[in-house]
Design a protein around this ligand. Structure first.
Ligand code: DON
Length: 305
């Protein structure tokens, strides 16, 4: 495994064609696109990493997997009254379907859906409490108390919030927001601004590779059925309008973020994190996807095997 990862870093990680870093969030625009990392945590707990795997990066939309998991814990199937579970086929920040569908986002991973999920888990709590709960959950699943929020990124998102604010207010116009819109947006921006290393991120996905249980710590996070369902949502919706392409090329459930990270799950085998800040045309890590494609060619991991 170490050889495979070192080879991926030496070849794909050194590619000239790296995509474009997200520039609509100013704090992400200044990230060096030449960084690259990959980490694999096997189901037996062995960890393999290569490249800049100790470098912190903004997990962005990957946080939506964690908030969905929290929401399912709080609301159970009540989550599906708030968001659907169909791929959108539209960009992550698109507003077009919301009008036709009465303000109900297609799935929990597009921005509108994740804002609706943040609203759902906030009920009865202040933003600060909700954020503490999200952070505590991420630290628990990653088994790492050092994980924190990058407040500079959160501030940067707040300053350029027009699109997300539009989505949130539009949903509110359908009576779908239970908390003040500004509170929900503040929570959402901060959850997206959680900073993690590739290794921490790979550890955080272990429960999804282990049928709901973290095989390293032996703690159950969700039921096996719930873990499978979260994986299916990642497979269908985790890469927005690039989800079909990702399923075709990688064949594993995955969730991307505009910080250039991808969390992928090989059920029964491993949790994998990759990071390369340059994005493709639909906002998913360009080299990150190529790295995962190469990894599954070597390992044979696929949910379609
Ligand atoms: O709300 C946003 O636009 C960002 N905080 C998150 C978007 C994102 O990561 C999309 N993923 N590829």
């Amino acid at each position: 495994m170490q050889e495979i990862l070192d080879d991926i870093v030496a070849t794909i990680g050194a590619s000239d064609d790296r995509g474009k870093v997200a520039d609509y969030i100013p704090q992400l625009a200044c990230i060096d696109p030449n960084q690259f990392a990959i980490s694999v945590v096997l189901a037996d707990g062995r960890v393999f990493s290569s490249g800049d795997y100790q470098q912190l990066f903004s997990i962005q939309s990957i946080s939506k997997v964690f908030t969905l998991t929290i929401a399912l814990g709080k609301l159970g199937d009540g989550v599906w009254a708030k968001v659907g579970r169909e791929p959108s086929g539209d960009p992550f920040n698109s507003i077009v379907q919301l009008e036709h569908e009465n303000g109900k986002p297609r799935n929990p991973f597009i921005n509108a859906g994740a804002i609706a999920i943040a609203d759902a888990i906030m009920v009865g709590h202040q933003p600060r409490e909700t954020l503490a709960e999200i952070l505590q959950f991420v630290r628990f699943i990653a088994d790492d108390e050092s994980i924190c929020i990058d407040h500079k990124v959160a501030e940067s998102e707040l300053k350029t919030a027009d699109r997300n604010a539009s989505l949130a207010h539009f949903m509110a116009s359908f009576g779908r927001m239970k908390n003040p819109v500004d509170y929900v947006l503040g929570t959402y921006f901060h959850q997206c601004s959680i900073a993690m290393t590739c290794e921490q991120l790979a550890r955080s996905g272990l429960f999804l590779a282990g049928d709901g249980e973290n095989p390293v710590t032996g703690t159950r996070v969700v039921s096996a059925r719930r873990a499978r369902r979260i994986n299916s949502l990642m497979m269908m919706c985790g890469h927005y309008d690039g989800s079909g392409e990702f399923a075709y090329r990688v064949g594993l459930p995955g969730k991307s973020g505009v910080g250039g990270g991808i969390l992928a799950v090989a059920p029964g085998h491993a949790s994998i994190a990759v990071w390369s800040p340059g994005l493709d045309d639909v906002g998913n890590s360009k080299l990150g996807t190529e790295a995962l494609e190469r990894l599954v060619q070597h390992t044979g991991w696929s949910v379609f095997a």
